[in-house]
Each structure stands twice: as structure tokens, then as C-alpha cells.
Design a protein around this ligand. Sequence first.
Ligand code: NAD
Length: 427
Amino acid sequence: MAAVQSVEKPTMECETQHFLMAQRQLDEIALEMGLDPELHERLRYPKRALIVTIPVRMDNGTVRSFTGYRVQHDVTLGPAKGGIRFHPEVNLGEVSALAMLMTWKCALMGLPYGGAKGGIRCEPWKLSTGEQERLTRRYTSEIINLLGPDKDIPAPDMYTNEQTMAWIMDTYSINVGHTVPSVVTGKPVSIGGSLGRTEATGRGVAYCVRRAITHIGLNSDSPTASVQGFGNVGSVAARLLHEAGFKVVAVSDVHGGVYNANGLDIPRLQAYVSEMGRVEGFAQSEPVTNQQLLELPCDVLVPAALANQIHLGNAHNLKCKIVVEGANGPTSPEADQHLHEKGILVVPDILANAGGVTVSYFEWVQGLMHLFWSEAEVNDRLEQIMGRSCDQVFEMSARTGLRPRMSALRIAVSRLAEAKRLRGLYP
Ligand code: NAD
């Protein structure tokens, strides 16, 4: 393949380590699939990036300015879609990298969206509810020209939630003069949110686990699973696997983990965590560290906490048959390659944790139609889309010999490339 023509290569402030890593992944698959260099170049940078200063009246009467971002990586397939995070480490590079991943994730799942991400540099845990509301509303008004149900649809991410989405929806609606629920997803059900949205990511993970088990032909009445992280994603995945007859032998949270070779009683563990705020100390279990949990013998390992948990330092110790990535980026690229060579199936994050954006899409569709589905209908449709996407990735892997992560990326990039080719270049 010819080298990418970068005569007037944009030099952008988004080129942080994080962004360059996401870009390298695209470069790798572009080379592998012989992507048209001109299309490749168009996908290497965000389409739009807006940086805003957000002045906020604090509770003590002073005014503090925060920096906010909204990046749209690509909008070829439809409006931009992606979360908004509040975190002190948010920067243009991180937001741009995550926007690019959203483009791939939506294209892979066959959702009619482009990819976006947004964020505000702040320490949300130090802000009162009132300060968070004023920050959210002023940020919304600063980026309002980018937003809209046909343009860009935010969702919750780190340290933002359904209340944040309700404030964004309200601010946008007040500014345009009428109520527009479909400008955000992940909002409360009482103002147009979807049933099943809160559990969707964990549910999608559980669907992927079952599909992966069938794919590798694992023959067991009661497969075993370990789950790192017992938050929104991990606890739902653990509960659904338990209900499906799995022995969930270990789970953990930030304080540490618990293990029982015969399987943990997950509903009782959930009740315990609601009371105690941690899994540690649960009856009929032995303590394990987060590091030990990753290396326990089990059929399926679900990292559902943080990035960079599986790396070259521990990948050779993994004793599972399947890794299903509930978290974003839990496996380093080198470890991913190592696990592939070892014969461990890794279901990549852009597939495994796409249940959330898929049900966000359902929420948007329901809002536009003003017709709401039952939870069973939402879950059925989610299962269909997750199943179809898993099959496509496994089939691509079998056909090309690529690892599932690169197969997923190849499917996504092919769809984008095809759409860009058909739409042509304006003017
Ligand atoms: P959460 O905050 O609800 O839960 C995170 C869990 O991880 C908690 O149990 C926490 O105690 C644990 N944890 C934190 N630090 C840890 C550490 N050092 N070691 C072990 N455990 C630790 O978050 P969540 O919504 O469940 O998200 C988990 C992961 O899934 C994140 O990587 C997130 O980006 C990703 N994700 C979430 C969604 C979603 O819809 N919630 C969608 C896509 C991806």
C-alpha cells in the first residue's frame, strides 16, 4: 500500500500519547486491509473539536473558569454520539481518542451514528450539586451549536449520570424553545429515557460471554467466570451470568476481591455490597487481590473496572479461555497479541461493552417516534444486535486470521470507508 499522503499533515494539539495510540491502531488496520490512503487520512483526525471556557459561580460567591471540550471524530454515518466525562485529567487528546473509538464502536454495531466525546476538566467530587448543575448548563450553552438530535447526542460517561443528562436536555430545550428529549441519551425514564438503559452495558457483556462460549465450543453445564469490578457493568454482568447458570467464582472492587471455587451467591453479594459498600468480608468466600483475580483458573474473565489491567507483565499468567472486555482498554495491545497466540479468545471492548451505546440508540429512536418499548423488547433487540456483531467479528477473525480486536476494527473501518466512498467528497 502506498504511504499516507501527508503533504499538509494537520498538526493538532490533540496529538497526545493517548490519541496517537488510537491513531496507530487505525494505521495498522489500514495497512492490513489496503485502505485507500486518501480515505485513511480523512479518518486519522477529528472532524471538529471545540474547546470552551466555562465560567461558573461557585457556592462561596466567587467565579471559577473550567475548560470543556466536545470533539466529533466523524459524522459520515449519522449524528455524532458519545459520552461526556467530568475528570481532572480530561484533555483534547483523550477526548479525541475516545471520539475516534466511538466512531468505530457505532460503525461496528451497525448504529447510524458517528463518534464524539466531550468532557470538562474538573474534580467533580469537590463540586456541590448546585455547582455541578451550573457547570453542566453553562457547558451545554457553550457547545449548543454542535448539539441536536440530528447533529450530536451526548450520553453519560465518567462522573456524569442521568441527572447530568436531564440538565443538558433542559438547557438545550429552553434555548430552542421546546422540549427535545432526543438531544441526549441516558436520561431518566420519566423524561424519555429507555427501560433497560442502566443495565445495558453489563447485559451486553453477558450476551457476548455466552456467544464466545458457543464460538469456542466450550462444553460445560456450569462454566466458571471471574469479574473484576463490581460497579454498573461488573455487577450486572455477574448477576446475569449467575442467573444463566455460570459459577461466578470471583469478583472484586477497588478495595479487593472475594473468591469461592463453588461459585459466589451473587444476589446475596449484591445485598451485602449495598449495605457494606464493598465485596470484602462477604461470607463463604476467601479474599483475593485484584491481581490474583486476573490470574485465577476460570473459563471466562471479565475485566470491568479500569484500563491497562492485562499487560505483558501478567498476560502469561492468565488461565482463562476467554476474556470479555467490559471496561474500556483493559488489555494492552502487546498483551492482546500474546493472548491471541496463547489461544485465549479476547472479545474486544468496542464489541463487548457496546450494549450501552446500543440501548442509547434505542432510547433516541423511541424518543423520535414518541413510542416506548417494554424492557423485554429492549433486551431482545439488544441481544440480536450483540449476537449479530459477535458473529461478524468471529467470522472475520476466522477468515483473515486477525485477532478479534483487529477484526472488529476492520469491519468498522470498512463500513466507514464504503460510506465515504459512496458519499464522495464535497465539493
Ligand atoms: P463504576 O464506577 O460503576 O464501577 C467501577 C468498578 O470498578 C467499581 O466496583 C470500583 O470499585 C472498581 N474499581 C475501581 N478501581 C479499581 C481498581 N483499581 N481495581 C479493581 N477495581 C476497581 O463504573 P462502570 O460504569 O461499571 O464502568 C466500568 C468500566 O466499564 C469502565 O472502564 C468504563 O469506562 C467501562 N464502560 C462503562 C459503560 C457503562 O455504560 N457504564 C459503557 C462502556 C464502558
